[in-house]
Design a protein. Structure first.
Length: 262
């Protein structure tokens, strides 16, 4: 379900009823007559829907994490907020950028519409920018010929799988983020069906090498061996970007996670 389209439709209907009542219906009713229920409800809900629509479209939008692909940064059940204007102001529903305010940076956790099925929202970490040469070989990441530094942090305990996994701090410049790997999983990447600009990628026994095309981004999950991401289905077009994730506001299973994400 396209919630943005649903909200816009609801806003349009209640707004039209409000305008119709103000311009025409109100003058035709006897002074002591009550508004019809559909007019009363529309006028009452219109300002509320308008505020929600504006906030959700241009400022922040809530999302819930459905999978473990971003563990240990984000857990299943985390409710997060996404900044909608960091990468530019876009028209609601159409998602067309009208004001340029910034671009994704390496290390950003980004929400976007899944290129294979734009009705779905995905969340991953930005690894490669337009023009970058991204190489993932033997579970090590290289950007433009330079290996991305990382250092071990000790094992991560997975409560869902009752296992421990090696955990590392990976660095993009001065910004660090945690990732986890699985010793038993090979570094080989199995690509999906052909995707846009698939010719920009070369797969081999150790991993892959991709050159990010203009206007696109290469994204990966922090749970490197359990993430379907650009290694499998390709690049994220700028037109698919929703916003930058920045805040955990609720997790019903772990209340202490409030505000732990930046």
């Amino acid at each position: 379900m396209n919630f943005a389209l649903f909200l816009f439709s609801l806003l349009s209907v209640t707004g039209l009823v409000w305008l119709l009542d103000k311009a025409l219906l109100r003058n035709r009713r006897p002074k002591d007559a009550r508004q019809p229920w559909w007019v009363e409800y529309s006028i009452s809900f219109f300002p509320v829907i308008l505020i929600v629509f504006l906030l959700r479209s241009f400022l922040v939008e809530p999302f819930k994490i459905p999978s473990g692909s971003m563990i240990p940064t984000l857990l299943v059940g985390d409710f997060i907020l996404v900044n909608k204007y960091t990468y530019g102001i876009r028209l609601p529903v159409l998602n067309v950028k009208v004001v340029e305010l910034g671009f994704p940076k390496r290390g950003d956790v980004m929400v976007f519409r899944y290129p294979v099925d734009p009705s779905l929202d995905y969340i991953k970490r930005v690894v490669g920018l337009p023009g970058d040469r991204v190489e993932y070989r033997d579970k090590r990441l290289w950007i433009n010929g330079t290996e991305v530094p990382r250092r071990p942090l000790g094992d991560y305990e997975s409560r869902e799988r009752l296992q421990y996994f090696p955990r590392y701090l990976e660095m993009f410049g001065v910004e660090g983020h945690e990732i986890i790997l699985e010793k038993e999983v090979a570094g080989f990447v199995n690509p999906g069906a052909d995707f846009g600009h698939s010719a920009n990628c070369d797969y081999n026994s150790g991993g892959l090498v991709c050159t990010v095309p203009p206007g696109h981004y290469f994204v990966m999950g922090d749970n490197r061996d359990n993430s379907s991401d650009s290694r499998v289905w390709g690049f994220v077009p700028d037109a698919n970007i929703v916003g930058k994730a920045f805040f955990i506001w609720l997790n019903l299973s772990e209340l202490g996670r409030f505000g732990t994400f930046r």
